[in-house]
Design a protein around this ligand. Sequence first.
Ligand code: SF4
Ligand code: SF4
Ligand code: FES
Length: 293
Amino acid sequence: MADKAKLRVFRGNEEGGEFKEYEVETYTGMVVLDAIHEIQAKQAPDLGVRWNCKAGRCGSCSAEINGRPKLMCMTRMSHYPEGEPITVTPMRTFPIIKDLVTDVSFNFEMAKKIPPLAPREKEADGTWRMQQYDIDRIQEFRKCIECFLCQNVCHVLRDHDKKKSFAGPRFFIHLATLEMHPLDTIDRRPMMKEQFGLGLCNITKCCTEVCPEHIGITDNGIIPLKERVADDYYDPVRWLLSKFGGEKKKKRLPVVQEAKGAKPDAKKAEAKKGEASKVEAKKETGAGKAKTG
Ligand code: SF4
Ligand code: SF4
Ligand code: FES
């Protein structure tokens, strides 16, 4: 590869921003995060970037590189054509804090809304017994590193901004982990339908395509959840079974929804205004051209 590479990096905040060009010396094995660190060390010490492990484990360094959602620490510079600038922008779905750092707190708020595992009582000998195949099925979902690249690329959040009524792919696989857990005693199907907007997902699989952990988000998580919800609401045989006690019942919790027509308070209205201006700023700068699902 060439000894030098050009990077076009988004510099700005919630008010707006622009692309700035930097040139860095490259070396074998260099990743995009190395290049960003190089810029930060020698040319732009105020460049904002979030990272932690530099090993694809913490999920902090998510960004859009040449318009594709990626972990900067796992993306080699040699992956891109020599002599062409590499564009690095923040994730478009979340509000920008500074440069490449976005506010992903929506995801943490969503996580709080999901009722945790409620295991059944232990058996007489004080242990729980589970089948290995039940554990194997959910093990895949536990590989999630919470990079939120799947949330970033999902069109329901990215283009339609349904953050109030749609949990997003990361949380669908979390719900799948709980729903398929052999010890769990809560029936989350009404919540998945009413509160977390499972029906809004049209299985485009864009979330699966960008997952750095190669989790089968759609095939192994979302589709089985959709089938479970459909069974619960629309399958007459299941309905009869549940009516006459032929189906093992889990506990149902009340569905919580945002009050319709409720007036947002001043702070929220202000925040919304801020987000609108960020969207405009990103449009102006051309930040975020990733394919969406
Ligand atoms: S399949 Fe498409 S619509 Fe469904 S969660 Fe994934 S990206 Fe979103
Ligand atoms: S499911 Fe994959 S893409 Fe989504 S947050 Fe987890 S690791 Fe990231
Ligand atoms: S720095 Fe931890 S995943 Fe990239």
